[in-house]
Design a protein around this ligand. Structure first.
Ligand SMILES: Nc1ncnc2c1ncn2[C@@H]1O[C@H](COP(=O)(O)OP(=O)(O)OP(=O)(O)O)[C@@H](O)[C@H]1O
Ligand SMILES: N[C@@H](CCO)C(=O)O
Length: 305
């Protein structure tokens, strides 16, 4: 259940006065999603998605909403934020930051086909190219300095072999950084549940709230690690190849990027192994946390080494 903040029809009617998108017809909570409260909003002019942010703070929102506007204007399949009458994208509802975005067709999948992996790879490359002239910068809050610092809290809690693996892998990544590789705006969380598909085509990337600056090959690696990962936490070679082929159909990788890809995949494993371990060992009081299996990324890491 992902509606933590109830929004009444009357509250929505009041908020709609700040927008020029017609009159209220209906508001329906969306069951999927973990972090935020999401609703489908229908007005006399169309269908939209209302998000009430449960964790992000108001001052953090403009970067993500302006990025979505930039990308959607350049043909990247993603929700377009809806501007208020005063020109802003961000609103407040129930004392929390909120926004309206366009409603996309399509559904996510947990069992992608090779054709869907190809389309996702191609759209990711398109996103990387489209971000080139986005004027804002956001350092990655969950990269090398973060996993180095957070691992200090985790190491005493892990069994001996996991602790040794985490420690040695972080040292390996520190010795093999990606800072020399092409980069720009990355999604940084392009898992299967963050892509809406209409048959084989990408209807839209969603959940841009980890988007930041980073290397393109790292972003691609994060996507491969989820889209091609099978239930045994090993990669399906055909799905991995399809995602890579789709990406390269739009933006061919340099030989340096290709050589680094497997290291980037190991970095992607560390990123999500660490965040899932933190959710498991240090659940935030008062924060809604759905704990995903940390061992999935440990096991994939062992397979990639
Ligand atoms: N622009 C959109 N158009 C259509 N459906 C959307 C849109 N945005 C979100 N959804 C639907 O709402 C669901 C929840 O959205 P999302 O995954 O962004 O939730 P969240 O709680 O904000 O983030 P997360 O689950 O990653 O923590 C999606 O699975 C999708 O079905
Ligand atoms: N995609 C992440 C959660 C959101 O960052 C995970 O599966 O661990």
């Amino acid at each position: 259940m992902s509606v933590y903040t109830p929004v009444s029809d009357d509250e929505m009617r009041v908020l709609l006065q700040d927008y020029a998108i017609g009159k209220f017809i209906a508001l329906q909570g969306i069951a999927q999603g973990i972090t935020n409260s999401n609703y489908f909003l229908t007005t006399t002019q169309g269908r939209y998605v209302l998000t009430v942010f449960e964790v992000l703070q108001a001052h953090e929102l403009p970067f993500f909403l302006e990025l979505k506007q930039h990308l959607s204007q350049r043909g990247v399949a993603c929700p377009a934020p809806i501007a208020r009458r005063d020109g802003r994208f961000n609103s407040t509802l129930a004392g929390k930051p909120a926004c309206l975005v366009s409603c996309l067709a399509g559904r996510d999948t947990s069992l992608p086909t090779a054709a869907q992996c190809f389309s996702t790879g191609a759209m990711l490359a398109k996103m990387h190219l489209a971000g080139a002239d986005f004027p804002q910068h956001m350092a990655n809050p969950r990269h090398a300095a973060w996993w180095q610092a957070e691992s200090q809290r985790l190491l005493p809690l892990l069994d001996e072999s996991d602790a040794a693996l985490l420690h040695s892998e972080i040292a390996f990544l520190a010795a093999h950084p990606d800072s020399h590789l092409p980069g720009g705006i990355i999604h940084a969380d392009l898992f299967k549940d963050n892509v809406l598909l209409a048959d084989d085509a990408v209807a839209g990337f969603i959940d841009f709230y980890y988007a930041c600056n980073g290397s393109f090959v790292y972003d691609l690696a994060i996507a491969i690690n989820d889209w091609a990962r099978q239930s045994n936490n090993q990669l399906n070679p055909a799905l991995q190849a399809a995602l890579l082929e789709g990406y390269q159909s739009v933006r061919p990788l340099s030989s340096d990027e290709l050589a680094y890809l497997s290291i980037a995949q190991r970095a992607g494993c560390i990123r999500f192994w660490v965040s899932r371990l933190l959710d498991y060992h240090f659940p935030q009081a008062g924060e809604i946390t759905f704990i995903k299996d940390p061992n999935a990324f440990r096991d994939l890491l062992l397979d990639l080494q």
